[in-house]
Design a protein around this ligand. Structure first.
Ligand code: C2O
Length: 550
């Protein structure tokens, strides 16, 4: 591989959407930010210079960071933030991965504007397991607030209630014509009849899982989270925050100038208010010389594609069951067959008591809290990885994260009987090369809800899923250990569970959290500490000299 250098200047920029102008934090003045393109085996050196008042970190979502945990990026987990006027070079090599990933800020809610595609091409000699597409196009979904998104989350945390919902979803930064003042700058994909396009779908929205569809077209899913899957055709794609999905789109034979609508809107299973608006982009049949000519304006009205109802869990379940690893000789599914340690983690929303002398806007006057095995995770004021590496854990973290729910209960039943979360900074320790089976069980404490759980530092195989309470005496018999989908972010079914397997072959501290940013803010997060192995190649190297301090 070669070394590729990028320079990311974090700057404030005025941006106008929906007739509102606000200052937003950008990389190099852009939202979405610059596209990183590398090849499997390349080293990336991304110099991030912070010119804004906020603390910043960036995360390379889905990059395994083998032996390079210092470059992973979650604030107070693997690094202290880059402060105003400071810089940090993220230095990592892409080993054994190719496909679509993305990068985003990993501190507070800065991800609302700091995000962009990370495209890893295969090694030169290795073609895709499908015909080479005519063109490859990132389609990145985002979420826009007319106000400062940092104010939205700090207000929610202060009042204990839910945050203000977003004002729009966006496709490649643009809300599209269904929103106020947004018709002009709609994202438009130009296609030629008969050609095939690889759409690299990325959900970078903060708080919403999305359905995506293109009117009158179906697409073929070929990859999720930078792992090839057995191709299948669908009219609708479900994509949670933190997931990426590559689909092939073949342009039909259509007359010049024909326009179709692509649209995304949320899949929602929880309670409370949410942004139920629809973002739209255009698919425009063209021939190259006519691109950008005024003759290519779409003719209105446009027909929206048919999207599933907002709470269509049946669709979500079917869609995720269709995802299978490609599992060929060239791209095998190395599912761990042996298990060294089993864990059952509950994930869900709950509440914590309202502090005295405060009025709280959460359920029944409480504060929202979210937890994993009843631990609502509190980030320390220094970075966990540094504390671990230098043997300074005292007062920073403990290693007593519960392997199982502290009180077993009917997780998806009602009425709930276990709503209290305790606050703490507890890590789950794994010896190097432990083969882990992890069941994530949704709790229905405040109503069942799908949670897209993301694991840093690893991909996992989704060996099973189901509804109700996970049953360790019956469910494992149905596990797929042959071609389960392999990914880094999985929607835990609303009112159900998923079973995951991964090999802890990467030393470091690895964050795991709900990729709905509001749930992370409420504490739906934890971290694994994977110890060094014996060989030099199994040890975490010392931190780079420019690693920020707190
Ligand atoms: Cu995409 Cu911990 O994040």
């Amino acid at each position: 591989g070669i070394t590729r250098h990028y320079k990311f200047n974090i700057r404030l920029e005025n941006m106008t959407r929906l007739c509102h102008t606000k200052q937003v934090i950008t990389v190099n003045g852009l939202v979405p930010g610059p596209r990183i393109v590398a090849r499997e085996g390349d080293r990336l050196l991304v110099k991030v210079v912070n010119h804004v008042p906020n603390n910043v970190t960036l995360h390379w979502h889905g990059v395994r960071q083998l032996q390079s945990g210092w470059a992973d990026g979650p604030a107070y987990v693997t690094q202290c933030p880059i402060q105003t006027g400071q810089s940090y070079v993220y230095n990592f090599t892409i080993i054994g991965q190719r496909g679509t990933l993305f990068w985003h800020a990993h501190v507070s809610w800065l991800r609302s504007t700091l995000y962009g595609p990370l495209v890893i091409l295969p090694k030169r000699a290795i073609p895709y397991p499908f015909a080479k597409p005519h063109e490859e196009v990132p389609i990145i979904f985002g979420e826009w607030w007319n106000v400062d998104s940092e104010a939205v989350i700090s207000q929610a945390l202060q009042t204990g209630g839910g945050p203000n919902i977003s004002d729009a979803y966006t496709i490649n930064g643009h809300p599209g014509p269904l929103y106020n003042c947004s018709a002009k700058d709609t994202f438009r994909l130009e296609v030629e009849p008969g050609k095939t396009y690889l759409l690299r779908l990325i959900n970078a929205a903060l708080n919403d899982e999305l359905f995506f569809s293109i009117a009158n077209h179906s697409v073929t899913v070929v990859e999720t989270d930078a792992i090839y899957v057995k191709p299948f055709t669908t009219e609708v794609v479900l994509i949670t925050p933190g997931q990426t999905t590559n689909v092939l789109l073949t342009a039909k034979s259509q007359p010049f100038g024909t326009t179709f609508v692509m649209a995304a809107r949320p899949y929602v299973t929880g309670l409370g208010t949410f942004d139920n608006s629809t973002t739209v982009g255009l698919l425009h049949y063209n021939i190259p010389s006519f691109v950008n000519s005024s003759a290519s304006r779409p003719k209105l009205p446009l027909l929206l594609p048919t999207l599933p109802p907002l709470n269509d869990t049946a669709f979500a379940t079917n869609f995720s069951r269709r995802l299978r690893s490609l599992a060929t000789n060239q791209f095998p599914a190395n599912v761990p067959q042996r298990v060294d340690k089993r864990f059952l983690f509950t994930v869900g929303l709950g509440t914590s008591p309202c502090p005295k002398n405060q009025t709280c806007q959460g359920p029944n006057g409480t504060k929202f809290a979210a937890s994993v095995n009843n631990v609502s995770f509190v980030l320390p004021t220094t970075a966990l990885l540094q504390s671990y590496f230098f043997g300074q854990s005292v007062g920073i973290y403990t290693t007593d994260f519960p392997d199982n729910p502290p009180i077993p209960f009917n997780y998806t039943g009602s009425p709930p009987n276990n709503t209290l979360a305790s606050f703490g900074t507890k890590l789950e320790v794994l010896k190097f090369n432990t083969s882990v089976e992890l069941v994530l069980q949704d709790t229905g404490i405040l109503g069942a809800e799908s949670h897209p759980l993301h694991l840093h530092g690893f991909n996992f195989f989704v060996v099973g899923q189901g509804f109700g309470n996970y049953d360790p005496s019956k469910d494992p018999a149905k596990f797929n250990l042959v071609d389960p989908v392999e990914r880094n972010t999985i929607g835990v079914p609303s009112g159900g569970w998923v079973a995951l397997r991964f090999l802890a072959d990467n030393p470091g501290v690895w964050f795991m959290h709900c990729h709905l940013e509001v749930h992370t803010s409420w504490g739906l997060k934890m971290a694994w500490l994977v110890l060094d192995g014996k060989l030099p190649s199994q040890k975490l190297p010392p931190p780079p000299s420019d690693l920020p301090s707190c």
